[in-house]
Design a binder for this molecule. Sequence first.
Ligand code: ADP
Length: 317
Amino acid sequence: QQERQKYVKGKKLGSGQYADVFSAHLVSDPSKLVAIKKIKVGPEVAEWGISHDSLREIKFLQELSHPNIIRLHSVFSTKSQNLNLVLEHLPQGDLLKLIQDVENIHYGPSDIKAWMAMLSRAVWFCHENFVLHRDIKPNNLLIAANGEIKLADFGLARSFADPYAHMTYNTITKWYRPPELYYQASFYSGAVDVWSVGCVFAELVQRKVFLPAMPDTDINMIGIISSTIGTPTEDNWPGVSKLRGYVPVEKKDVTPVKRKDQWEAEFRAVGPVGADLLMKMFALDPRKRLTARQILEHEWWTTDPKPSRLEDLPRKG
Ligand code: ADP
């Protein structure tokens, strides 16, 4: 209650499936802008209330301070079931808008490397602090005025919104989710986010979604992962057939795992070293996938070309 009185709410910046976002400034300093994201709490949540656990977790996000993670300044509720997130103000759009604007936005391997470095550092920092993002995709990568990429929209916040609402496959999409989620693995690790980082990497290069199953049902997603990357089998992923959601595949329908030379040919723009990094983010077995730390240790970052400087990155006019 006290927290909300620190801000003066301004115009609406936008509205998503589960939130309205407003511009606001500090009462104490009108030059300090923030964005207030007002989560539309679904009836399911309203009934149960926002749990203490969830609130504790969201409070924890406030402690995550990193240049490539959107700052969560504070959280307050209006009425009993309304959740307001006070966020860093980032009005420059998101990475998806840049990827899709093929007409006006031209970028190359140095820009991709700069964006990927910022994303990778953000994910590494989350994992160091025992936070999984779980919903990394280009429209959750907001762009700051200085060109920095900021990882936003932690899946956690989304879980308050309306967990059961059915949404069209463009909003809460499964295109960035790894195979272990479709097989309903009960463990779940940072490897989940690394797969999504791989999907963003591939999409930056190709300027189209890498694994676009339509509609994005679990079956279709497993299908497109199998045909694009390879079919999960006991050979490439020991134990996969024991997972609860595993769907057996006949021998004749198994697609072999994509070879290194195929990755290189498909992603020539980032060179063989870049293709090697990409391939290792897409290991089917989550235990064999690179960790965020290993991503940062990969030789691609120090291989030519150098990443673009922030001020040289393309941005919306
Ligand atoms: P979506 O559902 O499209 O992911 P959000 O619910 O996160 O979108 O936000 C809706 C809109 O509000 C966004 O498209 C963007 O224009 C704006 N927005 C979100 N977060 C911020 C922010 N931190 N600063 C400025 N604008 C924002």
